[in-house]
Design a binder for this molecule. Structure first.
Ligand SMILES: C[S@@+](CC[C@H](N)C(=O)[O-])C[C@H]1O[C@@H](n2cnc3c(N)ncnc32)[C@H](O)[C@@H]1O
Length: 224
């Protein structure tokens, strides 16, 4: 039986259909190792603050698992929340990129991440021993009374409209010494540069310093 299973595994590895290769063979993170290290560094530094850890835009949960395994390694008990539509970008947000910001994306934004599903996401978390709160919502419509304070937030919804709409609430809920990491703050990215515009507008309005790390991680910290 064991030999048969091994044979089957070898067969599958050698015969992965082309369409599955992206799922089975690709580097699984949307952050480079250097970007992951920056996230880990900020997350660990925020761990002793009295507030939740929030990932807005969690996609397929690979960073979620990575960060939660990091907390487990350090025996940290973290109140981790993920918030996602679990069906990709909203039509209004995509329309704004194209009609409002005159972006000419080389990808069909409406299609990207639209294959996700919260039930499957929960199963993946359980399988990996990750305990967290899963919220399915457009972040613009999310009831933030569910999260009192924020110690660390990875804000990763890419586009201008939701990033600009929610940054003020996140900053208000951020505890002293807490950190917001806004992904996709890369002005040169031809598709995903809306978050950069929202980040720049917000820090300018608040008089906060510009701090973009590892080419695309926009950092906002609240003084202790
Ligand atoms: C780049 S992915 C997130 C990647 C994830 N943080 C990771 O590291 O693997 C962007 C996610 O944002 C979600 N999203 C986009 N617009 C949203 C909105 N208005 N409200 C909630 N989630 C949204 C998408 O469904 C998608 O899962």
């Amino acid at each position: 039986m064991k030999a048969l299973k091994t044979q089957a595994k070898i067969f599958l590895r050698k015969n992965i259909p082309a369409g599955w290769k992206g799922y089975l063979m690709k580097y699984p993170y949307m952050f480079t190792p250097a970007q992951m290290l920056t996230l880990c560094d900020f997350a660990l530094r925020a761990a002793d603050k009295k507030g939740a850890f929030v990932e807005i835009g969690c996609a397929y949960g690979n960073t979620t698992i990575f960060l939660n395994k990091l907390f487990q390694d350090h025996a940290l008990n973290v109140d981790y929340h993920v918030i996602d539509t679990f069906s990709g970008f909203t039509p209004e947000d995509v329309d704004y990129e194209i009609e409002g910001r005159k972006l000419k994306p080389s990808v069909n934004m409406q299609y990207v991440f639209s294959d996700n599903d919260p039930t499957w996401f929960k199963e993946k978390m359980d399988y990996n021993g990750v305990d967290l709160a899963i919220h399915q919502s457009d972040i613009v419509k999310f009831d933030f009374s569910k999260i009192e304070n924020i110690a660390f937030c990875l804000f990763d919804v890419d586009l201008y409209k939701p990033t600009a709409a929610v940054l003020p609430t996140l900053y208000e809920k951020l505890v002293p010494g807490g950190v917001l990491v806004i992904d996709d703050c890369d002005k040169d990215d031809p598709n995903w540069n809306g978050a950069y515009q929202a980040y720049m507008e917000f820090i300018k309005e608040k008089g906060l310093p510009e701090n973009i790390m590892n080419r695309k991680l926009g950092i906002i910290q609240k003084a202790s």
